[in-house]
Design a protein around this ligand. Sequence first.
Ligand SMILES: *Cc1c(COP(=O)(O)O)cnc(C)c1O
Length: 434
Amino acid sequence: MRYYSTKNKNHLASLQEAVLRGLPPDNGLYMPEHIPAFSSGEVQAMASWALTDIAFHAAKKFLAGDVPEEVIGSIVRKAIHFDAPLVSLTDNLHILELFHGPTLAFKDFGARFMAHLMGWLVRGDDRKLTILVATSGDTGGAVASGFLGVEGIEVIILYPSGKVSPLQEKQLTSLGQNITALEIEGTFDDCQALVKQAFLDPGLSEKLRLSSANSINISRLIPQTFYYLYAATRPQLAGSPIVFSVPSGNFGNLCAGLIARRMGAPIEHFIASTNVNAVVPEYLGSGQFQPRPSIATISNAMDVGNPSNFWRMAELYDQDPEHMRKDITGLAFSDEATRTAMKEVYDRFGYTIDPHGAVGYLGWKTYEARHPGKRQGIVVETAHPAKFTEVVEDVLAIKVPLPSQLQAVAAGEKQSRLFPVNFPQFRTFLMDRV
Ligand SMILES: *Cc1c(COP(=O)(O)O)cnc(C)c1O
């Protein structure tokens, strides 16, 4: 399978090029040349398959021909070693819990699969691959954990000193091995600028093999199709149309759902649920895509004002909002409504939902009220409530116990190197690692 750039269909890249480069040279986004589909017989059979079986067969559809079958199996087993349970709150409202990975957010699916696939793609190279990541918190944690111990790859994380939560800082700095954390005496933008400058430096890229692990890498979308295929084929949902409500920010998760549907997942409709950063719901209303600076909310992993994956969605619908509207409804909600929804879910169902999942719940509830008829609603829960204890404990007036994964992190020892915002010094640091 080859991958094209959303800015130029004639620019085709191999799997290796698309994954290790991350972005095409024209600054578009890589898309698979065609979307592989399961036969209706295969989709029916999936009802009795486990998540890892579905993951293996779906990964094979994309990677066969480029990666040997036994390697695909091993990447899937190493990356997806946790479950994605579908918890039913009523007979037609279900929560798809995507937070059972090591960093308790759905980003573990993408980051771990990307890490192990990259590890295989660079096997036998004499030069190490150095991955530079600037992070304001969560992405860095999933990437660090995903790449831990992957041979042939070294990860250098830059984070702004004093601007990430203590637990997030531990997630970035306590791993050791092939993960190095640089605590930058500056802002997230300073971290990002240092990384950008490193990529543009010809001397550096001559000596070091640099790559990024950003969220728009195509290898992060592939594993996110697995859980849509899995959830939509569970036998208890059979018989009624299935609607997914996806709490969205940069729209990678929703985009993977659209791809899973084209692969054959029996999904009737998607709800793009956002906080007040509502650029995509507005596009679905007006047909105009108008990015703008983001606004801070309590569902902060969705505070995105210019969602990158919008261009992949536009590509899937031939840039036609009318066409996209048939499959996706966009709905946006305030922090006030989100808090009320968290309370409602707790009081009615005894379920503790995090602020992102609560936005998804509101999306489903609104859609269901507007569309009479029996449907199965699946709300995608993207993070464990313990990742957002402050908001959850404040709104629900309960204590959220720290899951074992976070207890281990909290007990780890911070190992970081304080670093000024100084490119020549950063450059020397990188050169000295060769
Ligand atoms: C990243 C993230 C999102 C947004 O996902 P996108 O793929 O960027 O739309 C939602 N919830 C949580 C908890 C996240 O970490």
